[in-house]
Write a protein that binds this ligand. Structure first.
Ligand SMILES: [Zn+2]
Length: 510
């Protein structure tokens, strides 16, 4: 993180820009001066924010912004609302508010379902060598929160301006399954494309006998992946593969057959998705992650090896790959499982990544996995991308609990009602029997719910229902109240986020 740039940007505020009349009750959150000499100030009053453009010459005010223009004491001003059109204009005027591809540098993904956590996310990286991936949202989350890809991007743009952060950030179009998904995210300017081929994983291999396995192997779409069963067998049979960090791997015939059957169609789907992206948008700068984390069984090193070497043969370049690691990566709570086994496998996965394109390992469901961060920090090999999402929503609820306990109690009661339905698509193990009736918690006890693993998962899975539930009048039952509490108590909210993410990032900084 480039702290000095941020501070110099903020330091200039009081020195050179006094606010014009009519705006003096606003607080200046940040000020950045663009190439044309125009200054961009993000202002805040109560729960509302404005963008102020200020220049000594009218011609210095860039095009594309919509707002109220006026002149005062030989300065020209434009006061703008934080609209989608103004966010788009800002990305043109200040290119650092636009996402970039970040290659194999360590990166940290911050999903932000409410669209108001980005500034604290950036601050939590401080002097770490992680590059931020700010706009990160899966198609599933977009649908659940009823947000558009563009809104997610705009939230990142405003956060970048608010922090005056110029160090570059990524934008992750997460868990994409179709060409349509790709179109949606390219249109909104996302740069990192996380392909999710989980529908093409053949999980039946664990129960196949040798005959069934050989049959399934012969039926793979060989032509489409420009291969034959014979050529494939020759490439792998009795071969000791040289990997990074002085590792070798000599897979058994059985392991290779299983890997091919389990992931053969995954390889084809990944090839087709990446070709679609490159061929449809040839001039668009993008990078590809492959995520196979959402499968029931861990990805073995042999399986990872086959995926990696086949994609390399087919010319698919990855920036990162998310294996399904051993142990349990449940939402919202720490890693459950054998951490020593995790370390051994992680090292082998890194050794494979080093040999087949030097891509990052991506840790999905990466929120709150403190034991895993410690392990990775200690190992100190390869590069890594950590993906978090729901945990920022939980910190928002912690801030609500501190600022408006009654609202949190209501959300808790509703989330408990929704739990049996909403838990279905999530990997969690919360037991609501371990929680008491919402009314039995005093105001002071409510923030503590966010430290209770059962309650965390109850809140975690119901975010979509909470954010879209309507009241009797047809308005949103919780969402607007949550947003207002968070804007009015932005410092409380930012403090919750900052502390929580420092706990995530510090273990990597050893
Ligand atoms: Zn994932």
């Amino acid at each position: 993180m480039n702290k000095s740039k941020k501070e110099s940007a903020k330091g200039a505020i009081t020195l050179s820009e006094s606010l014009p009349e009519g705006l003096q009750d606003f607080f200046v959150l940040s000020k950045v001066t663009g190439k044309s000499g125009c200054s961009f100030l993000l202002l805040k009053k109560d729960a509302g924010k404005k963008l102020l453009l200020a220049a000594g010459d009218e011609a210095q005010l860039p095009d594309g912004f919509t707002g109220e223009k006026f002149q005062q004491n030989s300065r020209y001003y434009l006061v703008c609302d934080l609209t989608p059109a103004n966010a788009a204009a800002l990305r043109e005027a200040l290119p650092f508010t636009k996402p970039i591809t970040i290659g194999n540098r360590n990166s940290f993904g911050f999903g932000d379902r409410l669209g108001n956590a980005g500034a604290a996310h950036l601050r939590s990286l401080e002097s770490s060598d992680f590059l931020p991936v700010l706009a990160q949202q899966s198609i599933r989350e977009l649908d659940r929160t009823r947000r558009t890809a563009r809104e997610v991007m705009d939230a990142a743009t405003w956060a970048i301006l608010q922090e005056g952060y110029t160090g570059g950030f990524g934008a992750d179009a997460d868990h994409l399954k179709t060409f349509d998904d790709i179109d949606r995210m390219v249109d909104a300017g996302f740069t990192m494309y996380t392909i999710d081929p989980s529908d093409f994983v053949d999980n039946r291999v664990v129960n196949m006998d040798d005959k069934a396995l050989r049959q399934a192997f012969s039926e793979l779409p060989w032509k489409k992946i420009n291969d034959t069963p014979e050529a494939f067998a020759e490439r792998y049979q009795d071969v000791a593969f040289t990997l990074g960090y002085d590792h070798t791997l000599k897979p058994s015939r059985q392991a290779i057959l299983q890997a091919a059957v389990k992931y053969g169609r995954v390889i084809l789907h990944t090839l087709e998705m990446s070709q679609y992206l490159k061929n449809t948008y040839p001039d668009f700068d993008s990078e590809i992650e492959l995520s196979v984390d959402e499968t029931p069984h861990p990805t073995t090193p042999e399986e990872h090896l086959v995926i990696a070497s086949e994609l390399k043969r087919l010319g698919v370049e990855l920036v990162s790959l998310a294996p399904r690691f051993c142990g349990d990566f449940e939402k919202g709570v720490d890693f459950k499982g054998d951490i020593e086994e995790f370390k051994r496998e992680y090292l082998l996965h890194q050794a494979i990544a080093a040999a087949y394109g030097n891509y990052k390992l991506s840790i999905h469901s990466g929120s709150d996995k403190f034991g895993v961060y410690e392990a990775i920090g200690n190992l100190g090999v390869g590069s890594v991308h950590v993906k978090t999402a729901g945990t920022s929503y939980l910190e928002a609820l912690r801030a609500v609990a501190l600022a408006d306990p009654g609202l949190l109690r209501e959300i808790f009661a509703f989330s408990l009602e929704r739990f049996d339905t909403d838990r279905k698509t999530y990997h969690i193990s919360a037991d609501t029997e371990q929680l008491s009736d919402p009314d039995s918690y005093s105001d002071d006890q409510l923030p503590g719910l966010l430290d209770n693993d059962h309650a965390r998962q109850v809140f975690h899975v119901s975010f979509g229902s909470v954010l879209t539930e309507r009241n009797a009048q047809g308005g949103l039952r919780f969402r607007d109240r949550i947003m207002t509490v968070l804007s009015k108590n932005e410092d409380v909210y930012e403090d919750c986020l900052y502390r929580h993410f420092r706990k995530h990032i510090q273990p990597f900084e050893q």
